[in-house]
Design a protein around this ligand. Structure first.
Ligand code: PGA
Length: 261
């Protein structure tokens, strides 16, 4: 398998900059103690903006292999956009990734697929990898329309991106009903949608590009369920919320390969 799995911890609006450095330090120690192979699984943390400088300083000073990124980015490069953070600012802080279109931003900030596609494009143009979030609400799943709904999000978001740059994105399939609820999708549920997303990416960008793109699953991922989800063919990692705030638990999630039954 040529795709290196990515485990990304989405801290959301948790942990101040002092807690952030303590958490990253403990995560690093937990992985180091377990002789973790950082070349086999990429480990990322996605802290609040106010933590990024402290995380950068720590990661650089201790030459950690943990990478990091932001949880959102402006569609605009610079200017009179109060409260916004540009992709260039994130690059300056050493960010490798940025989340765009998380369901909480779609829900609480009215973000549209068009805006999200623009943000993803702003990220790739600056050299940051966007983690593009898609996924259906419970009512849509109950109607059996989750695949069509999620693919329509993919079409709309990626329609805003240049054909040659879009394959640099990572996708995160996060069924909204599984986020923060303890309600995890079954491995088959995750595979059904992640597989359909890869097929759609193949028709947009060709088989080879689609084969290389990483598709994450997110929604109540824990150490106890990660291995079975990661065993699915088209799941290349996890976007982990609550469980990533506990460095011991997140380290176990990153070590999923050791507990595949
Ligand atoms: P959760 O969040 O792991 O707490 O369900 C996932 C996410 O929202 O990215």
């Amino acid at each position: 398998m040529s795709r290196i799995p990515l485990m990304a911890g989405n801290w959301k609006m948790n942990l101040d900059h002092l807690e952030a450095t303590a958490t990253v330090q403990r995560l690093h120690w937990a992985l180091q103690d377990a002789n973790f192979d950082f070349n086999a699984v990429e480990v990322a943390v996605l802290p609040p903006f106010t933590d990024l400088r402290s995380v950068q300083t720590l990661v650089d000073a201790d030459k950690m292999s943990i990478v990091y990124g932001g949880q959102d980015v402006s569609i605009n490069p610079a200017g009179a956009y109060t409260g916004e953070i540009s992709a260039r600012m994130l690059v300056k802080l050493g960010c490798k990734y940025v989340v765009v279109g998380h369901s909480e931003r779609r829900q609480f900030h009215g973000e549209t697929d068009k805006l999200i596609g623009g943000k993803a494009m702003a990220a790739v143009l600056s050299g940051i990898t966007p983690i593009v979030c898609v996924g259906e609400a419970l009512a849509i799943r109950k109607r059996g329309e989750h695949v069509a709904y999620t693919l329509a999000q993919i079409d709309a978001v990626f329609g805003e991106m240049a054909q040659d740059l879009a394959p640099r994105a990572v996708i995160a399939y996060e069924p909204i009903w599984a986020i923060g609820t303890g309600e995890v999708a079954t491995p088959a549920d995750a595979q059904e949608v992640c597989g359909a997303i890869r097929e759609r990416l193949a028709s947009l960008y060709g088989r080879q590009a689609a084969w290389q793109m990483r598709i994450l699953y997110g929604g109540s991922v824990k150490a106890s369920n990660v291995a079975s989800i990661m065993a699915e063919a088209d799941v290349d990692g996890g976007l982990v919320g609550g469980a990533s705030l506990d460095p011991a638990e997140f380290a176990k999630i990153c070590r999923f390969a050791e507990h595949i039954a």
